[in-house]
Design a protein around this ligand. Structure first.
Ligand code: MG
Length: 264
């Protein structure tokens, strides 16, 4: 099931998406059925049906934290000049970095080198701590596409990554959450202005989703709606004002964001 969050008029709803095309893209036939209450608790259709093209999609979840994993694909670790660490390398983005599909990525004046990192995002559905690997499925609500937007020059300059990864708009999520995905069967493609920049099977990540959720939850309590970004494959590259960057994952859909200069 595909669960989105959207604005219609002055109201904000969660909804169930249906009627996408074979590439999980929106067509004139695509619909959204608003859900009463919160989908993490109970998916109850409210009764109406809207055309998906007529609503404004929002970030599909509002996390209390976005936990990220660095260097989780060998070829990307190599292009960064290193190897995959033995244990997952964790960092975080503030919740204020989250935007939805269609929202602009603002290039901050402090950086001259902002890059895309397309990633699979895991959406946690239940409060949890110390989740054993064989129970991880119980705490995952679903999956969405993410872009771990990074100010590469500031990442190198600062020595730690909060500023480089944490600017407003640096955590695009969406377009919706897929509750029925086997990540190892899916692949990810990142395009900039239609040109492919990154492409990989999700089965090539080093620490897989169960290992990552178990590891992160051994460090901190995860709350419903928290998001784990699972690392980016090789091919990261620059974003400049005027670009349109898309992260597509088979079985989910495509997250697309325009890029613009932020006012100083
Ligand atoms: Mg990343």
């Amino acid at each position: 099931m595909l669960i989105c969050r959207f604005a219609a008029g002055e109201d904000i709803w969660y909804g169930a998406v249906d009627g996408l095309d074979d590439d999980d893209a929106i067509t004139e036939e695509s619909i959204v059925a608003p859900i009463e209450g919160h989908p993490f608790v109970d998916i109850r259709p409210e009764g109406s049906v809207l055309k998906l093209a007529d609503v404004r999609l929002l970030a599909p979840v509002i996390p209390t934290k976005v936990v990220c994993v660095g260097k989780n694909y060998r070829a990307h670790a190599a292009e960064m000049g290193g190897e995959v660490p033995e244990e997952p390398l964790l960092f975080a983005k503030p919740s204020t970095a989250v935007i939805g599909t269609g929202d602009p990525i603002d290039l901050p004046w402090q950086s001259e080198q902002v890059e895309h990192e397309g990633e699979l995002a895991v959406v946690i559905g239940r409060m949890c701590k110390d989740v054993p690997i064989d129970r991880v499925d119980d705490v995952i609500f679903g999956y969405t596409c993410a872009n771990d937007v990074t100010a590469r020059d500031l990442q190198a300059k600062d020595g730690q990554w909060l500023r480089a990864k944490g600017f407003d708009t640096f955590a695009p999520l969406g377009p919706w959450i897929q509750t029925d995905l086997t990540p190892a069967d899916a692949d990810i493609t990142v395009t900039v202005n239609g040109e492919t920049r990154q492409h990989a099977g999700l089965d090539t990540m080093v620490h897989d989703v169960p290992a990552l959720v178990a590891y992160v939850s051994s460090c901190m309590t995860l709350l419903p709606g928290d998001v784990i970004l699972t690392g980016t494959p090789e091919g990261v590259g620059p974003l400049v004002a005027g670009d349109s960057v898309s992260v597509g994952i088979t079985g989910i859909g495509t997250l697309t964001n325009p890029v613009r200069s932020a006012a100083p």
